[in-house]
Design a binder for this molecule. Structure first.
Ligand SMILES: [Zn+2]
Length: 453
């Protein structure tokens, strides 16, 4: 018998890399931060003597979920008092791409003290973990030192870093407003300070706010820095018809061509949104090896009218890796189940067919965390050698009535209340549905006091 740190014993193991398949009554064996074996319950029991055992009988064992697109510092805008919307406002409705690009560009350069973001983000990360998210990508904002501090404390996997823009709308003129070299120097320092902290759970990244908001020099510099420092990168792009029209007006070209020519598109890049991609853009993305991030709930809440273009089903058909995100942080914290339901429903309705996206597609998109988290090939499936980011989902509640298989259990029937155990980097951070790394009530009270102050 060999010692191991943790054994999750006897559940139905889902491997999204072999769609539709599952391993019944298998155990997952963990040493340090890695999975070392997935084997039938009795075999694993004979080989390993665990320091800690979690019984998963009657449960699904799945890879941890990822929210690949959240503007974490936007939680500082969480309305403490509800007021009825009376006219256009940024999150109440009526904002166009020119407003949003400018808002995000400014948000990323706003100075926010680290202790403020740390205090506000601790209950947010706790809520994400309790919902089954083991990984989160900061899609651009500020107060990053505090965000990292909160993630280190709460135990979630985080990718965050400077989101750069050197062009935005100032006094009616869309033009260069910042120096790209100094932005890139700041990003390089940030990466040196923070990358691979917390046993590699934190990855630094460098991103472009949005294609329109960056000069060619800046896009080239971001691509070069990401490659030199070996960190992931992302860029908001091809958001909707009006964002691409703005790009053509400002730069005189298609956004996909500038991303391609400046070297931004590569396997380390995640192109965020991409709902307006046409056949040419899909071809370029497929050839580049980039991942695409899709935010069905955010797109629909913001009324972007992109689903009818069917870019996401066509990207899937072209073999482009896709990862789900929420992008709707200020007023709600969606769960992985919300994201999967939204993706299924939106594309089936828009496509006029109930196989526009299938259950295996959304489970894969909800767990495809490797590239976007800067750990390509190490996350998103359950087998020896993978990082141990896992959720154990109890399927004994009445809403799971019917034939048992991990795919419909996750994609259709799962709820946050089913999440029993969450493991990140080999550490148990949710036990019996409760976050173990923080006093959640206290963290919420502290965050509320900070938001009100
Ligand atoms: Zn965004």
């Amino acid at each position: 018998m060999t010692r191991c740190d943790l054994m999750i014993r006897g559940g139905d193991v889902l491997d999204p890399e072999t769609p539709g398949s599952s391993l019944a009554d298998h155990s997952v064996v963990i040493v340090d931060d890695h999975i070392v074996e997935v084997a039938p319950r009795s075999e694993a029991g004979e080989r390993w003597r665990p320091r800690r055992m979690i019984d998963a009988s009657g449960c699904v064992i799945a890879p941890g979920f990822v929210d690949a697109h959240v503007h974490l510092s936007a939680f500082l805008m969480t309305p403490v008092h509800y007021t009825r919307a009376n006219g256009p406002s940024l999150f109440g409705g009526g904002a166009g791409p020119e407003d949003l690009v400018t808002l995000v560009a400014q948000m990323t350069s706003m100075p926010i003290p680290a202790e403020v973001t740390s205090t506000v983000l601790r209950p947010v990360f706790a809520a994400l973990l309790a919902a089954g998210f083991t990984s989160v990508v900061d899609a651009g904002g500020s107060g990053l030192d505090g965000i990292i501090d909160a993630a280190e404390q709460i135990g979630i996997r985080l990718a965050t870093g400077p989101s750069l823009a050197d062009m935005w709308n100032h006094e009616g003129e869309f033009g260069r407003q910042a120096d790209s070299d100094s932005l890139l120097a700041g990003a390089r320092t940030f990466i040196g300070r923070h990358d691979r902290r917390a046993d590699g759970r934190i990855r630094a990244l460098v991103s472009a706010v949005e294609t329109t908001a960056c000069t060619d020099d800046l896009l080239r510099g971001i691509a070069r820095l990401a490659k030199d420092a070996d960190v992931p990168t992302h860029v908001h792009c091809l958001i909707d018809e009006s964002s691409d029209a703005l790009h053509r007006k400002v730069h005189g070209s298609q956004p996909i061509d500038r991303l391609d020519e400046t070297g931004m598109l590569s396997p380390r890049c995640t192109a965020m949104h991409v709902g307006n991609a046409d056949d040419d853009a899909i071809e370029v993305l497929a050839a580049s090896g980039a991942t695409v991030n899709h935010n069905p709930l955010g797109n629909m809440m913001l009324g972007w009218h992109t689903m009818h273009r069917r870019a996401i089903p066509r990207l899937l058909a072209a073999g482009v890796p896709i990862v789900l995100g929420s992008d709707y942080s200020p007023s709600m914290i969606p769960t992985p189940f919300d994201l999967m339901h939204a993706a299924l429903m939106a594309h089936r309705e828009a496509g006029g067919t109930d196989d526009a996206i299938v259950l295996e597609d959304v489970v894969g998109m909800a767990t495809n965390s490797g590239a976007v988290m800067g750990r390509p090939g190490e996350l998103g499936t359950i087998r020896a050698g993978q990082l141990a980011d896992l959720v154990v989902l109890d399927t004994s509640a009445p809403h799971h009535l019917g034939s048992r298989h991990p795919v419909p259990s996750l994609a259709l029937r799962g709820r946050t209340s089913d999440i029993r155990t969450v493991i990140v980097n080999g550490a148990v951070v949710v036990e019996d549905g409760q976050v173990t790394t923080v006093d959640v009530d206290q963290a919420r009270d502290d965050a509320l006091a900070t938001l009100r102050g």
